[in-house]
Design a protein around this ligand. Structure first.
Ligand SMILES: Cc1cc2nc3c(=O)[nH]c(=O)nc-3n(C[C@H](O)[C@H](O)[C@H](O)COP(=O)(O)OP(=O)(O)OC[C@H]3O[C@@H](n4cnc5c(N)ncnc54)[C@H](O)[C@@H]3O)c2cc1C
Length: 407
């Protein structure tokens, strides 16, 4: 067994690391680069994105034909973690949610015509995208089979009515992927549609105020009141919505893990720098055993996070579905991000509670990690289901389900 990265991926990782150090961290250190919703204004992001493109560090998940790097998932794990040393790093190289998950999903399921029209401009960074699935109660949330937004077929088009909420990036996004009900069939009742922001028949009801900092375009509540979508804008075919969710959400959850691990490491880095310089009761904080235990504990959790994430990434590259491995990584990394930020605040004393470092930003962001793309309890439910189903075969080393040589 060899845990080292192939030399080309290691080289890329080091290039991303240097790019973030030289071009992105200086942006983040200027408070003027945080807009109203606590993210970098898109106009200020643009020049660094151009530099990333020129450096060949752009859209790691997307096809080369469209301007991306077309890397394996294992390489994403290595470089997203490096990019997320900065809050703005994933945005700078175009691998931030939700565009990242949407690009990957369109790459995997779109027809050539759909990719040319809907994927290419997202890869180029010309437009933003959003994925609209969750609904306010009593609609679909953790349980997507409860989705109530309806798409009724009339001739060669679908007419859509319903409501969604918490749709990340919706304010200002141009390309939307919308999940709606086309029948009451338990397995084949949902369908995914593509639509453009300029189409009539839908509106943003509000940008929902939240606890944490926001992605560009916030988290919005949407209303659909007769949005018309032509047949050619159905993704994967009518009734294939649940399958599409699996295709999108597996890798999207894992790329969250990759970025969150980078942010967890950043918290540790900031805490370490503080305890190395701060003295109290006659010694450096870094020389105190109770402080060392806190730092060691976070370092251990981060390494567990990296291993779970990398293993699931490798399984996806082998053609496996990695459902339980992604669930495990998602729960572990969400908890670790939270813990890393919490410890980093505590070890810095009052400074930790200030906006003088990015730790408080990460702390507030981290709370959403246990909710987005499946609440932790739902992922635990998935793990328990696999334990029941697979018994002792739950524990395997191969590429896992979806592959013939999995045992
Ligand atoms: C910041 C943020 C961004 C988001 N972005 C998007 C987006 O871009 N697009 C989109 O479609 N959605 C988005 N969401 C929605 C997110 O995916 C949902 O919040 C999540 O799937 C949970 O659904 P829900 O909020 O309806 O919770 P509910 O289904 O109402 O569940 C509430 C709580 O009940 C518990 N629970 C639920 N099911 C179980 C179970 N089986 N076992 C034990 N406990 C359970 C959990 O604690 C859960 O948190 C976003 C949410 C947040 C907070």
């Amino acid at each position: 067994m060899d845990f080292s990265l192939p030399p080309d991926i290691e080289d890329l990782r080091l290039r991303v690391r240097k790019f973030v150090e030289d071009e992105v961290l200086p942006l983040e250190s200027d408070p003027a680069n945080f807009a109203e919703h606590e993210n970098i204004p898109e106009a200020r992001l643009k020049p660094v994105r151009e530099k990333a493109k020129k450096a060949g560090l752009w859209a790691p998940q997307s096809p080369k034909d469209y301007g991306g790097m077309e890397l394996p998932v294992v390489a994403w794990a290595a470089i997203y973690e490096e990019a997320a040393r900065s809050l703005f790093g994933p945005l700078a190289i175009n691998c931030m949610a939700p565009d990242d998950g949407n690009m990957n999903m369109l790459r995997l399921v779109g027809t050539k015509a759909q990719k040319d029209k809907w994927l290419k401009p997202i890869v180029a960074g010309e437009v933003r995208s959003a994925f609209a699935m969750t609904e306010p109660a009593p609609g679909g949330g953790s349980d997507p089979t409860m989705i109530r937004t309806r798409a009724e077929k009339r001739g060669g088009k679908y007419v859509i009515h319903g409501r969604k909420w918490f749709i990340t990036g919706a304010d200002g996004a141009s390309h939307f992927i919308l999940m709606a009900r086309t029948s009451d069939d338990a397995r084949k009742g949902l369908t995914a549609f593509l639509y453009h922001k300029d189409q009539p028949g839908w509106r943003i009801v509000r940008r929902i105020p939240i606890l944490g900092p926001e992605e560009h375009g916030g988290h919005c509540e949407l209303e659909f009141d007769g949005l018309e979508v032509p047949e050619e804008n159905v993704l994967l075919g009518e009734g294939e919505g649940l399958r599409l969710m699996q295709v999108r959400l597996g890798p999207a959850r894992l790329t969250h893990c990759m970025r969150w691990t980078g942010w967890a490491k950043r918290c540790l880095e900031i805490a370490q720098a503080y305890v190395e310089s701060r003295e109290g009761f006659g010694i450096k904080l870094a020389d105190r055993e109770s402080v060392q235990i806190k730092l060691g504990e976070v370092a251990k959790e981060i390494e567990i996070s990296r291993l779970l994430t990398m293993r699931a990434a490798w399984m996806l590259d082998q053609g496996g579905r990695a459902r339980k491995e992604v669930s495990m990584a998602k729960v572990q990394v969400a908890d670790t991000l939270h813990k890393a930020a919490d410890v980093a605040i505590q070890l810095q004393g009052a400074r930790g509670f200030s906006k003088d470092t990015v730790v408080e930003w990460i702390y507030r962001y981290a709370r959403s990690a246990k909710l987005v793309d499946g609440a932790s309890e739902v992922h635990m439910m998935v793990l328990a289901k696999f334990l029941r189903q697979d018994g002792r075969d739950f524990w395997q080393w191969g590429p896992g389900e979806g592959r013939k040589n999995s045992r």
